[in-house]
Write a protein that binds this ligand. Structure first.
Ligand code: GLN
Ligand code: ZN
Length: 753
């Protein structure tokens, strides 16, 4: 009989407490560090991670969630499914990184969001010529390493069903799940190898089963685990789910011979009691939220563990998902006040909570009563902290939602905005211009105290003046200030709003070596002062052409923050909306006639299950409208959306009711325009006419051709001309050349009208 464990987590962060791995791989990419040195950094990080988890008291520790870039890419590598185009690259590590990042000659894999998180994985490409083969060297090596350190290691791999459902079929329309039978023997072999190497449990992640799945897909999953569990020479199998409810997949998995199942008790609502087979399983209960940073209510968590106990053969305490999604530790935060600190739990603190709950479950809570008392005390200070409730904000919101008529009909606004006197096919950009070395140097110097605030402001103004002059020279119609003062489009606002806290070191991996530091929204949101007015009015003072004010929308601000768990997200969104609304009104008061409110994350927060989507779209559209309906008809509201397939949210885009929507549509902007027409969209639209994610300079001819195409779908009065996203990641020279061609293309097509 396999040993039953009681306290675990589903996975660990890997970028390093001080982003050691980021620094190492970036040094490798630039040739400053050798492969051996990178490997050493990886090994040290794994050892640190595992020994800390063991010392904290976990009795089963995930091994294999380390990655140089991405765990889905690791799975593709393990299954021989890297794209054919990298096959010529002899060095294994370089081949791996080429799949992730591309090279001069090889395009990278696409990247997309890992479920509804802010982590992005690489999308494996599977073609009819893909021949799956097993290379378990990475997971076996890490298992050996862990066992040598005496770690109670539980190897973790992405499961075959999730792997296929997350991959992209190329060169064939057949569903990829048809290829499951090719993978199962490889997984069976893998399990055998892991058992032989000393693993008694293996965790197979199948998060794809928490989204809506067809009966056939659920049947395929059942078949997979029937087959994998039939092999006698295998370790015990824990099928891990996270990010929501398993729904119909729960009884299907429970009916197979796997020994363990993990369920997300925080994000999901599965009723375990209704699945009798679970009384013969080891249930790993994710009661500690792995995705947010709030301290767990230990009393409530223990109570729900108590309830689960009766439905499970045996029970272990766990985080709801991998700790990949939260920062390492509160110890690295110096700026937190005592109260706020006591409300939070980052990775290390969450592990402690798991252990405390595990102890309470197995040996009674007496020995950990102090921890329970501390959690209770923190919860009670949080409930009563004055920062959590701002009566003025709440009263204003109530009054507004009762009385706000929204904006006038679009036609009336169009009329009022004709005073802008723009030419047909107006040209503009999305907001940011290249983040130059001068900008970075100035920001670093300010942070280190080498220059004062006044000097910093001067340097940023100089950048703005350059960008305005460039746009005038290029003859763009609607100008922007270029966003040099913004470190990040969410953090910049969070730092200025009451209710948000920006961490010192709360880094979370976003993709590959890229990390973000999401702000923490903990209290009611108030805008003590205007946030952007000085910058935009400065830019406007330099030119007679209209300068667009540039704001981040409420949904995106929430999507890229850690959010409150003590009120509905919709309520938090509306509070942010109020602050943005005040900013739009102040910009208008300062003479700014166009304001863009970016919502690139609108699609990101869309719930995984269709049944939950309409409610989300209602409140998110409502929040955007609240943010943008405070201005006069004559003020033109723009929005910008990107990073996604918009199919599912296209109707919501129309309901945003922005006067002009610029939209990333590099793959096929014609399709987006058709989709928008299909939902009756009749406002201004700027389908990106070139892809800013590539350094290539588009020619006048190709941009003009795109515009002619677009004019078949959209009347000339509604069409805008712009790149598909902000320009901050691009170089100055290519931006100038591209925009010159964009303006020239608009001019040519105008002449044909
Ligand atoms: N205004 C922002 C910029 O141009 C928009 C960024 C985005 O689309 N993510 O950088
Ligand atoms: Zn964008």
């Amino acid at each position: 009989m396999t040993a039953i464990f009681t306290a675990t987590i589903l996975g660990s962060p890997r970028i390093g407490p001080n982003r050691e791995l980021k620094k190492a791989v970036e040094a490798y990419w630039s040739g400053r560090l050798g492969a051996d040195a990178v490997a050493t950094v990886g090994k040290q990080l794994r050892e640190q991670t595992w020994t800390a988890l063991r010392d904290a008291g976990l009795d089963s520790i995930p091994v294999g969630t380390f990655s140089y870039y991405d765990h889905v890419l690791d799975t593709a590598a393990m299954l021989g499914a890297l794209p054919d185009r990298v096959a010529g690259i002899k060095n294994e590590l370089d081949r791996y990184f080429a799949s992730a990042r591309g090279t001069d000659t090889v395009a990278p894999l696409e990247m997309t969001k890992w479920f509804d998180t802010n982590y992005h994985y690489l999308v494996p490409e599977i073609s009819p010529s893909t021949t799956f083969t097993l290379d378990p060297s990475k997971i076996l090596a890490e298992l050996d390493e862990a066992l040598a350190l005496g770690i109670p290691a539980r190897p973790v791999v992405v499961g075959p069903v999730t792997f296929l459902l997350l991959s992209k079929a190329v060169g064939s329309d057949a569903p990829l799940l048809d290829r499951l039978d090719e993978l199962l023997p490889l997984y069976a072999e893998l399990l055998g190898r892991l058992a032989a190497a000393g693993a008694d449990w293996v965790q197979i992640d199948e998060p794809a089963l928490v989204a809506d799945r067809t009966p056939e897909e659920i049947e395929a999953a059942k078949r997979a685990y029937d087959l994998l569990s039939a092999d006698p020479s295998r370790p015990a199998i824990l099928v891990a789910s996270y990010f929501g409810s398993l729904g119909d997949a729960l009884p299907a998995l429970a009916s197979t011979g796997v020994e363990g199942l993990s369920v997300d008790v925080v994000a999901g609502s599965d009723s375990l009691a209704s699945v009798p087979e679970l009384t013969r399983k080891h249930v790993v209960a994710g009661v500690v939220d792995g995705r947010n940073i709030w301290r767990t209510d230990l009393d409530a968590a223990l109570a729900s563990l108590g309830t689960l106990l009766g439905s499970a053969g045996s029970l272990a305490v766990s985080t709801s998902c991998s700790l990949l999604h939260v920062p390492y530790t509160l110890d690295a935060e110096t700026g937190l006040d005592k109260a706020l600190r006591s409300w939070l739990a980052f990775g290390t603190e969450k592990v402690r909570e798991v252990v405390t709950l595990g102890t309470a479950l197995t040996s009674g809570r007496e020995s950990v009563e102090d921890d329970f008392a501390l959690a209770r005390a923190a919860a009670s200070t949080r409930r009563t902290d004055p920062r959590l409730r701002d009566a003025t904000v709440r009263a204003r919101l109530d009054a507004l939602s009762a009385s706000d008529p929204g904006r006038s009909p679009a036609a009336q606004r169009r009329e009022a905005q004709s005073a802008l006197d723009l030419p047909p096919l107006p040209t503009t950009t999305i907001g940011s211009y290249p983040q130059t070395t001068q900008i970075r140097v100035a920001r670093a110097a300010l942070r280190r105290g080498e220059i004062g605030e006044a000097e910093y402001l001067d340097r940023m103004r100089a950048e703005i003046a350059d960008v305005v002059a460039l746009q005038e020279k290029l003859d763009l119609d609607v100008l922007v200030h270029g966003e040099p003062e913004r470190n990040d489009m969410v953090q910049y606002f969070a730092e200025q709003l009451d209710g948000f806290f920006a961490t010192d070191n709360g880094w979370v991996q976003s993709y590959g070596s890229r990390c973000v530091r999401p702000p923490i929204l903990y209290g009611d949101v108030r805008r003590p002062n205007p946030m952007t007015v000085d910058w935009i009015t400065y830019a406007q003072s330099l030119t007679g052409r209209p300068v667009k004010g540039m704001l981040t929308g409420p949904v995106t601000i929430l999507a890229w923050s850690f959010v409150r768990d003590d009120q509905p997200l919709a309520d938090s969104a509306n509070q942010v909306s109020l602050a943005i609304r005040d900013e739009t009104v102040d910009l208008q008061g300062a003479g700014i006639r166009i304001v863009q409110v970016d919502e690139p994350a609108l699609r990101e927060l869309l719930p995984l299950r269709a049944a939950d989507q309409p409610a989300y779209l209602d409140w998110s559209v409502g929040a955007f409208r609240l943010a943008t309906s405070g201005v006069a008809d004559s003020t033109q509201i723009h929005t910008h959306l990107c990073y996604s397939e918009f199919g599912e949210v296209i109707a919501a885009i129309a309901r945003l009711d922005a006067d002009v929507t610029s939209i990333e549509a590099a793959r096929s902007h014609m399709e987006v325009l058709g989709d928008l027409n299909a939902v009756g969209f009749d406002l201004g639209v700027g389908p990106g006419v070139y892809d800013i994610h590539s350094p290539r300079v588009p020619s006048v001819g190709e941009i003009a051709a795109s515009l002619r195409e677009a004019l078949k779908a959209v009347p000339v009065e509604r069409l805008w001309v712009n790149p598909d996203c902000g320009l901050k990641t691009r170089g100055k020279a290519e931006v100038e050349a591209s925009l010159r061609n964009l303006v020239e293309a608009a001019r040519q097509v105008r002449a044909e009208l």
